[in-house]
Design a protein around this ligand. Structure first.
Ligand SMILES: C[S@@+](CC[C@H](N)C(=O)[O-])C[C@H]1O[C@@H](n2cnc3c(N)ncnc32)[C@H](O)[C@@H]1O
Length: 558
């Protein structure tokens, strides 16, 4: 029943590519439980040098998103186009470097304890020629006033995994080095959800630490969980259900994630109210969550909503009770100075200065925009929004046409009025409809600065950082939406060629050469093609498709 094949990292394997192959990055096999190789613990001083974290963009940490939440709550955050950003625990800059590329007039500082990860990041920043970023091999404890002040401080995936003194220092930095209207982002594991998850972590750690190497430890942690889930299967009770659901979620997680999330020495989740209280002691105040949907009771049943409104007298309590109801495990909390007062009753006019798009390219059902026929839209997470509102339907059409670019609220309102052939309207009703949709679903995105992306011109250009990262063999790179793009094998070959020097014919020549040299396999009816003329003809439509896909994925620039 157990398969002994080691976990595979397909992107690290050198092999000829075929244009039919898609990347698969999930664990394909389950290792079996083995006898321990050692009782000694590995030195844990720098586990991120040993097992580097895949460093990704996190769109919810982007200053544009942080400024958006502050704006919605009635604050005036610092300009995103000219801001100073500090990231604590930046790994190899997968989050910070694409921000620096997109915001050339802003200044970015990243700090990480792992010299290996900082070195990797510096190499990428240098090859991009970026002069507005400094990645520093240092401890969070070393950050002092010589670093200066920052408008946005980001600390993602660090707070729960460091000792108490470092947690205190993180909040201290947020308090002392945040500009007066700045916003800090801190993510952390939270209770009550982590009580259950912590039990799984304890068992995996107990077993895994009996093995010598990080690789073995990860494999054995997976093996133990699988063994437990199978062993508990017979009883079908709550314990078995919990184990199976954890197994299922870990099956899709990469090894580096499992290692650092579950096998590290420190993992110190806290309740939301504890974090809010701790922040208060440092002179900080709760602003909101990076994902605003989780702050409102509207998605609960009316009974639950009513009970929550009865029992909670302020926003902190309301969210704490919602965490109890949801069994929440993770939070992405935004903090401001305690002399700044957010207004959680959002006014529709607060979105007038923002830029809007959808979370994915949404195709609409055909409809007469001015009729009140209901149209349904599928959100990224599979939710369905039904609306009969002509302005909202018109807005959705505009978003689809402009995808992946944003549109300012002002221009959107003008365009919607034109589509509905109506007199100019001040936009308040449209703003209210958009705001309600934004809060209740994951259909819409609001940004403080526009997302600018291009279609494939005569000589297409892909983002510089995408070309550099993929050419360096990295598994993915950030697009203009600050999301991770994971290329297929063909994309990996094609994107680095899009430097603005090649037209479609030259791109076809390069791909054909790769196919002839065996670097890329082009198949017809299950057989590799060998004739260059036939290969070039077959690649024509494939290239067109890819270029359209890159434009839709916000990878192209002018
Ligand atoms: C789980 S990783 C998260 C990396 C990145 N922020 C992300 O979310 O992808 C934690 C990072 O924090 C860094 N780190 C841990 N303790 C640190 C400290 N005391 N000072 C600076 N960096 C630290 C680690 O080296 C590692 O890169």
């Amino acid at each position: 029943m157990f398969d002994d094949t080691p976990p595979r990292h397909p992107w690290r394997e050198a092999r000829p590519e075929t244009i039919h192959v898609q990347e698969v990055i999930t664990m394909s096999t389950t290792p079996r439980l083995e006898a321990p190789t050692s009782n000694a613990s590995l030195p844990t001083t720098n586990s991120y040098d040993e097992v580097p974290y895949e460093s990704h963009p996190y769109s919810q940490t982007h200053p544009s998103r942080l400024a958006t939440i502050a704006t919605l709550f009635g604050l005036t955050p610092p300009s995103v186009e000219k801001c100073r950003v500090l990231e604590l625990g930046c790994a190899s800059g997968g989050n910070l470097i694409p921000m620096a590329e997109a915001l050339p007039e802003s200044w970015f500082v990243g700090v990480d304890l792992s010299g290996r990860q900082i070195g990797d990041g510096e190499k990428i920043a240098r090859s991009l020629g970026l002069t507005n970023i400094s990645l520093r091999h240092a401890s969070i404890l070393d950050v002092d006033e010589t670093y200066g002040t920052f408008d946005y401080v980001i600390c993602h995936g660090v707070f729960s995994w460091v000792q108490d003194a470092i947690q205190q220092k993180i909040l201290d930095i947020c308090a002392k080095q945040l500009s007066p209207h700045g916003v800090a982002y801190v993510s952390y594991n939270t209770y009550p959800g982590w009580h259950m998850r912590g039990m799984i972590r304890d068992m995996m750690r107990y077993h895994a630490l009996r093995f010598d190497t990080p690789d073995l430890r990860v494999r054995q942690a997976r093996a133990l969980l699988d063994f437990l889930a199978q062993s508990a299967r017979q009883d079908g009770g709550a314990y078995a259900t919990l184990l199976r659901s954890e197994l299922e979620s870990l099956r899709h997680q990469a090894d580096h994630y499992l290692y650092h999330e579950h096998l590290e020495d420190v993992n110190a989740p806290m309740y939301f109210h504890q974090l809010a209280e701790l922040a208060g002691k440092h002179g900080l105040r709760y602003l909101g969550e990076a994902r605003l949907t989780t702050m409102v009771t509207g998605n609960f049943t009316p009974d639950v909503q009513k009970a929550l409104e009865t029992v909670a007298t302020d926003q902190i309590q309301a969210e704490q009770y919602m965490d109890f109801v949801r069994n929440r495990t993770f939070r992405e909390t935004l903090l401001v100075h305690d002399d700044v007062t957010p207004n959680w009753g959002i006014r529709p006019t607060n979105i007038y200065g923002l830029h809007i798009t959808t979370t994915r390219k949404v195709m609409e059902a055909p409809s007469d925009l001015r009729s009140t026929a209901t149209v349904q839209y599928q959100t990224k997470s599979g939710m369905t929004l039904s609306t009969s509102s002509p302005p909202l339907k018109a807005a959705m059409r505009v978003f689809a046409e402009r995808w992946p670019r944003t549109i300012s609220f002002e221009e959107l309102n003008r365009t919607v009025n034109g589509l509905l052939e109506r007199e100019s309207d001040d936009g308040e009703a449209l703003a209210l409809g958009l705001l309600n949709t934004y809060i209740a679903t994951d259909l819409l995105e609001l940004h403080a600065v526009p997302i600018i992306a291009a279609t494939a011109g005569e000589k297409p250009v892909a983002l510089h950082s995408v070309r550099v990262r993929l050419a360096a063999g990295e598994p993915g790179a950030a697009n203009r939406r600050h999301e991770l793009f994971r290329p297929s094998e063909l994309d990996r070959k094609l994107l680095p060629l899009l430097d603005g020097t090649r037209d479609r014919a030259a791109l076809l020549d390069s791909l054909t050469e790769m196919a002839v040299s065996g670097e890329l396999t082009v198949q017809a009816d299950g057989h590799a093609m060998t004739d260059p003329v036939e290969i070039r003809t077959a690649l024509g439509p494939v290239l067109d498709n890819s270029l359209t896909g890159f434009a839709n994925a916000a990878l192209l620039v002018d």
